[in-house]
Design a protein around this ligand. Structure first.
Ligand SMILES: [Zn+2]
Length: 171
């Protein structure tokens, strides 16, 4: 693990890491499909390793992340593209325990961000989650009822436990 650098002034540490990464690079020419046929929609939370938690590697799956792991317009766009152009036939939607999007109301987030920014944040939308299982079921319905997602595509919802590393299916 690299040491966290406090207040870096440029990207030098990351570019140095990148040169090491490129030394062992083995994906040249790969066409970018999801080799395992899997797409995962999950939260941006840094505790989540979307590929690792289901035993996959780069090249295996399409990953779409946003705050909360929600099925937004852009998530649906990604899933339709993934299904038709990128070999996807199984979709996992994976929100997680202890998600920041479930801890605050939208107005609380606006107030906090506004305070930290020293500017008005009341106009900004935050897709907070009040009832995680209910929201997940709504999100699964959005995918299953989408006219361009084939009935043959498997769609599953799972809550990832950030303390145990386990997925729990929500049906
Ligand atoms: Zn989260």
């Amino acid at each position: 693990m690299t040491d966290k650098i406090e207040n870096p002034t440029d990207f030098a540490d990351l570019l140095e890491n990148n040169r090491h990464y490129a030394d062992n690079f083995h994906m040249a020419g790969f066409d970018g499909i999801a080799r395992s046929g899997v797409a995962i929609v999950t939260c941006m939370d840094s505790r989540i390793d979307p590929l690792g938690l289901v035993g996959l590697e780069p090249g295996d799956a399409k990953i779409f992340r946003n705050p909360g792991g929600r099925i937004t317009v852009q998530a649906l766009e990604a899933l339709v593209l993934s299904t038709y152009l990128l070999n996807v036939n199984r979709i996992l939607v994976v929100p997680h325990t202890k998600c920041a999007m479930g801890k605050n109301t939208e107005n609380e987030l606006r107030a906090t961000i506004g305070e930290l920014a020293g500017k008005d944040a009341s106009w900004m939308s935050f897709s907070v989650v009040d009832d995680q299982e209910q929201k997940l079921r709504e999100d699964l319905r959005k995918i299953r009822s989408h006219p361009l997602i084939p009935d043959s595509t498997l769609v599953g919802g799972f809550i990832y436990d950030v303390d145990t590393g386990l997925l729990r299916e929500v049906s």
